[in-house]
Design a protein around this ligand. Structure first.
Ligand SMILES: Nc1ncnc2c1ncn2[C@@H]1O[C@H](COP(=O)(O)OP(=O)(O)O)[C@@H](O)[C@H]1O
Ligand SMILES: O=C(O)C1=C[C@@H](OP(=O)(O)O)[C@@H](O)[C@H](O)C1
Ligand SMILES: [Mg+2]
Length: 187
């Protein structure tokens, strides 16, 4: 695990309201699974912006890509992320591509962002056939390698805390995040 200062020197916790922690990282990094577990351990609510987009549009993420295309999905995702950052007090998991939006990245500078780092190879194993991840159906390994190359600088830009998930199981990742979140109270 590696903890590092994020986009702001005074600590993202300067945001007076909003999520306890916001999870970013590539598909398969564990944002949804780990986020839910961290929220349960902290006794706070969990929210996932993919689920918000699905309920806002009344269809699965996969179907949004199929019926309307990626650009439409990104606009819906951006709106869902900005809403959740403003109003959700618990743990928030973003979709892996949310950081592609400069406005989202700027807003994330005010929050406690946890970046779950993952290799393309581990991510490919975790997402399997990726039927519910439309960007990956062409071939998860190739696609994940390309996504990670393009996005790693963006995840690092917004992160206050980075957890390398390579050698960690889900419980270990949850424990690492809880230690970092507890440590921030002293800053
Ligand atoms: N650290 C980990 N080690 C092994 N498997 C993991 C780990 N984190 C998540 N997983 C598994 O990987 C899959 C994808 O996790 P998910 O939370 O959906 O990722 P994301 O939301 O980042 O795309 C799930 O089956 C989950 O149980
Ligand atoms: O990385 C991406 O561009 C995407 C990641 C997915 O979420 P997860 O990262 O939770 O899999 C989902 O938002 C959509 O399929 C697009
Ligand atoms: Mg997810």
């Amino acid at each position: 695990m590696r903890a590092e200062s994020g986009a702001r020197a005074d600590g993202p916790g300067a945001a007076v309201s909003g999520p306890v922690a916001v999870l970013v990282g590539a598909p398969g990094a564990g944002k949804s699974t780990v986020g839910m577990a961290v929220a349960a351990r902290l006794g706070v609510a969990f929210r996932d912006t993919d689920a918000d987009v699905e309920s806002n549009l009344g269809m699965s993420v996969s179907d949004v890509f199929l019926e309307h295309g990626e650009e439409y999905f990104r606009a819906a995702e951006r709106a869902a992320v900005l809403t959740a950052l403003a109003e959700h007090p618990g743990v928030l998991a973003l979709g892996g591509g949310a950081v592609l939006d400069a406005g989202v990245r700027a807003e994330l500078a005010r929050h406690w962002v946890v970046y779950l780092d993952v290799t393309a190879s581990d991510a490919a194993k975790r997402v399997g056939l990726a039927r519910d991840r439309p960007l990956l159906v062409e071939g998860p390994r190739t696609r994940l390698a390309a996504l990670l190359k393009a996005r790693r600088p963006l995840y690092e830009e917004v992160a206050a805390i980075t957890v390398d998930t390579a050698a960690l199981g889900i419980d270990d990742v949850v424990a690492a995040i809880l230690i970092e979140l507890a440590g921030r109270a002293g800053h």
